[in-house]
Design a protein around this ligand. Structure first.
Ligand SMILES: Cc1cc2nc3c(=O)[nH]c(=O)nc-3n(C[C@H](O)[C@H](O)[C@H](O)COP(=O)(O)OP(=O)(O)OC[C@H]3O[C@@H](n4cnc5c(N)ncnc54)[C@H](O)[C@@H]3O)c2cc1C
Length: 505
């Protein structure tokens, strides 16, 4: 009996040691245990970018490092200041001017091409500047630029209202979203700018100015998509939508006749998104469309804005898919067969817009996941899909995930990626962090860019710069105009980032 107990104790001890050293001590594996019991608190900001290290004040700066969600950039800055009010933003501008330093700034740091940091700059991390006020009289919401969409959704939920346009997840800040002029999955809207009434900006002189379609209009149109180059957006007033209740409808079809099927399937939808199959035999061949259509139900449906559920399961399936082709097969089988069963039949607009992202967290020293998006004019979509498949296979690219959403034409943003109605193809790629991984992605993107140029497509500027200077200037001829406005409004280039340094000519 004693021997038996001893054996159990030894086995238990060995198991604990194995778990501790092979799983718990390895940041890339720790989730296997941690996420079994982890519940995401509603108020905790979520970011898949590494958190900044030391926080400074304008009285004392401590050197620190900024990285982004791709984990491919590490930028050393003079100090990170987290302003809580406009005076602290203005003090930082003054300090940078006095000390002849540059200012860079960030929200949730999910842009992936050096847009949110600059070497030796004083860095503004805007996330503590985040008050939100709902204006009952005109059903708008006034937010400070460091507020995340999640906190705005929480506020609007209390008034049964909802955001009009935001990304396909609520973890980003409003300031970071304006700087790229983000878009979402409501096919009845264009880009974010169309939902903004006005914003305030601390400019390169440290003055607080208002920008709208009638006041400083040149800045209004340039700041949307202007990568934070014209100053610090402080406060933004946005239109809102009713928080409608939707009937969820999933449809599976072949991608050969994508456009026709997609338009038919998503007619009358207020939110719509297509997911593509990814395993090599079936690459981009099947499409599962998630549609959310208004319904007259009298049922009471509650908002769930956490966005995070079944974290462990999602992570496990995602890891299988990113690491093997059979994992992709398993994931697609589960998505096709389980989603129609487990997705709630009725949901609110707020809930349907709060998509889980925690499963994307990754702490792998050798590889990382990067996102890219290509905007394809509607009439070119059916031609794009086979060409995209061919290029992915030719360059042996490890594509993990592709989703597609429609964006209406944007008639306002100076540097718009949506000059005509288009479908945005968003893809996640697994790449190695070494030079070989970077070169492989670069060759692929540059060939894809040539094709995008032929069909009037656009590459989303929020992501890594694998394209050539010539390609990006041909794709966005208005970059020149944007940079001329930069010289007009900020000739000393007080506001700067690595992306601008790479592209200005
Ligand atoms: C997982 C994932 C999903 C995504 N999904 C979508 C999507 O569905 N639709 C879409 O359009 N995009 C999407 N994106 C891209 C995303 O919209 C951009 O990267 C956006 O900039 C992220 O906001 P952020 O708060 O992280 O900004 P950051 O990356 O921190 O900053 C982006 C830019 O904004 C500037 N900036 C930040 N705050 C301010 C301010 N207060 N004033 C002036 N400039 C400021 C920065 O200097 C920088 O140039 C996605 C990205 C990821 C990683």
């Amino acid at each position: 009996m004693n021997n038996k107990r001893q054996n159990i104790a030894v086995i238990f001890l060995i198991t604990v040691i194995i778990i501790k050293f092979l799983i718990w001590n390895d940041n890339n594996q720790k989730w296997i245990i941690k996420d079994v019991y982890y519940q995401h608190p509603i108020d905790e900001p979520l970011s898949i970018a590494p958190q900044p290290t030391l926080i400074s004040t304008t009285d004392e700066l401590f050197p620190a490092t900024i990285s982004d969600a791709s984990k491919l950039y590490r930028v050393e800055v003079e100090g990170i200041v987290q302003p809580k009010n406009i005076e602290q933003i203005q003090e930082t501008v003054q300090l940078a001017k006095d000390e002849k330093k540059k200012i860079s700034m960030s929200g949730a740091r999910h842009s992936m091409g050096g847009q949110n940091a600059f070497d030796n700059s004083i860095h503004l991390d805007m996330r503590e500047f985040n008050n939100i006020q709902y204006n009952q009289e005109d059903q708008t919401v006034t937010v400070q630029s460091g507020a995340t969409w999640k906190s705005i959704q929480n506020k609007l939920s209390k008034h049964n209202r909802s955001v009009q346009v935001m990304q396909d997840s609520n973890i980003f800040t409003v300031g970071g979203s304006i700087a790229v002029n983000a878009h979402g999955k409501d096919p009845n809207f264009s880009t974010l700018i169309h939902t903004v009434n006005e914003f305030q900006l601390v400019n390169a002189e440290g003055e607080l100015i208002t920008c709208s379609r009638t006041e400083n209009p040149e800045l209004f149109y340039a700041v949307h998509g202007g990568m934070g180059l014209f100053g610090v957006v402080t406060q933004v007033t946005l239109n809102t939508n009713p928080n409608n209740i939707y009937q969820t409808k999933l449809e599976l079809f072949d991608s050969k006749d994508f456009l026709h099927n997609m338009e038919q399937s998503s007619a009358d939808s207020e939110l719509s998104e297509a997911h593509f199959s990814m395993d090599q035999d079936n690459l981009l061949k099947e499409v599962l469309v998630y549609n959310y259509k208004p319904t007259n139900t009298t049922k009471d449906v509650e908002d769930d804005i956490t966005g995070e559920n079944s974290i462990w399961l999602r992570k496990a399936i995602y890891r299988l898919a990113r690491n093997s082709d059979w994992g992709q097969k398993v994931r697609w089988f589960l998505e096709k067969n389980l989603s129609p069963i487990i997705d709630p039949e009725l949901t609110t607009r707020n809930t349907a817009m709060a998509v889980p992202v925690r499963f994307l967290e990754l702490d792998d020293p050798n590889s990382t996941d990067i996102l890219q998006e290509y905007f394809i004019p509607t009439d070119k979509v059916d031609e794009f899909i086979p060409k995209y498949r061919q290029l992915l296979q030719k360059h042996n690219i490890n594509i993990v995930n592709t989703t597609v959403r429609k964006t209406l034409a944007d008639s306002e943003g100076l540097l718009t990626y949506s000059p005509q109605e288009n479908y945005g193809f968003v893809s996640y790629y697994k790449i190695t962090k070494d030079q070989k991984g970077q070169e492989q992605m670069q060759t692929f993107v540059q060939e894809l860019m040539d094709y995008l140029l032929e069909i009037d497509g656009k590459y989303y500027l929020a992501y890594n710069n694998y394209y050539t200077q010539d390609q990006i200037h041909r794709m966005y001829p208005k970059l020149q105009e944007l940079f001329q406005l930069k010289q007009k409004y900020d000739p000393q280039e007080l506001f700067n980032n690595q992306w601008y340094e790479n592209h200005k000519i």
